[in-house]
Design a protein around this ligand. Structure first.
Ligand code: BEZ
Ligand code: FE
Length: 303
């Protein structure tokens, strides 16, 4: 076959993919991507100059990536694609903690801690002291022993440790105890801007949209025999809860950070008085009964 036009080209490309591609799922994905890309070009009648602009943009997104900066994840987040994929794949079984975006600032290899972890260790910026504690439970409320909570959050200036040259900061892998209880010390999260110093920032500016995320603490919670969950805890009252730049807020993930002014309680938990406290349980669904889909081990969340 030769001599294709805008009405015959898509079918020819799809046919070629389907003929040669052995892996069934890959074949399905690639053929569908081609169909949608061609449809998009036809829909807006894309010119060569415009497509070249698109290629330049994607090139600059790639060039901005390194071992700490993940501009493609940011692009996926800003376009709502990350949350679309979360929505498709993580319909939390009743009672399980809901999932939300991973974001570009997860890192492997954070320091390991036990109950009472102090994630403020070595912090270069102070914030409002917060004590977070709770349990990791099954969907019907039974404790899951020894779960691991991979925790990370931005510093008081809204910048993540990975965005600077320094050491890991305000992050850690916190192991819950035999009774499923965990506790950690950190600073109260604040709202912040997504990184705006790259091509994705330029794109956001061009759309005239804002670039803020409501305050949150990230967590990946995992335990053998349970589906891991990639989630956040947001801060009740945050001004950006209703217009998160990456569409990641869920009502069930908004937590109450309450002020505690009680010297005895502060002493008991090893905090200055007064301090802020968040009581938060995570609930994991059992692995059995989950529809067949790839399981993401916490440590494999990004390669
Ligand atoms: C974050 O929460 O760290 C994040 C998520 C999406 C885009 C930028 C940052
Ligand atoms: Fe974040």
């Amino acid at each position: 076959m030769r001599q294709f036009n805008e009405d015959t080209l898509t079918a020819a490309v799809v046919e070629r993919i389907q003929r040669g591609t052995k892996d069934e799922r890959f074949r399905e994905i690639l053929a569908s991507a081609v169909k949608h890309l061609h449809a998009f070009a036809r829909d807006v009648h894309l010119t060569e100059e415009e497509w070249f602009e698109g290629i330049k943009f994607l090139t600059s997104v790639g060039q901005k990536c390194d071992d700490k900066r993940q501009e493609f994840i940011l692009l996926s987040d800003i376009l709502g694609l990350s949350m679309m994929i979360v929505a498709l794949n993580h319909k939390a079984p009743a009672g399980a903690t809901e999932a939300t975006v991973l974001g570009p600032f997860f890192a492997h290899g954070a320091k390991e801690y036990g109950y009472g972890a102090d994630l403020r260790e070595g912090a270069t910026l102070k914030g409002e002291d917060v004590y977070v504690s709770g349990r990791v439970l099954t969907t019907d409320g039974k404790p899951i022993p020894n779960a691991v909570l991979d925790i990370w959050q931005a510093k008081a200036d809204g910048i993540y440790d990975l965005q600077t040259e320094g050491e890991f900061e305000l992050r850690g892998r916190v192991r819950a105890n035999e009774k499923g209880e965990y506790a950690l010390k950190s600073y109260k999260p604040k709202f912040y801007s997504v990184p705006m110093d790259g091509p994705v920032g330029d794109l956001v500016r061009r759309t005239g949209n804002h670039h803020m995320r409501p305050a949150h603490m990230h967590a990946i919670v995992s335990a053998p025999g349970y589906q891991p969950v990639i989630t956040h805890v947001f801060v009740e009252g945050d001004p950006y809860l209703d217009n998160d730049a990456v569409y990641a807020v869920k009502d069930s993930l908004v937590g109450k950070y309450r002020k505690v002014d009680d010297a005895a309680e502060a002493k008991r938990v090893g905090m200055p008085n007064p301090f802020i406290r968040l009581d938060w349980d995570f609930r994991l669904a059992a692995e059995a009964g989950v529809k067949a889909r790839k399981k993401i081990a916490a440590s494999d969340a990004i390669a």
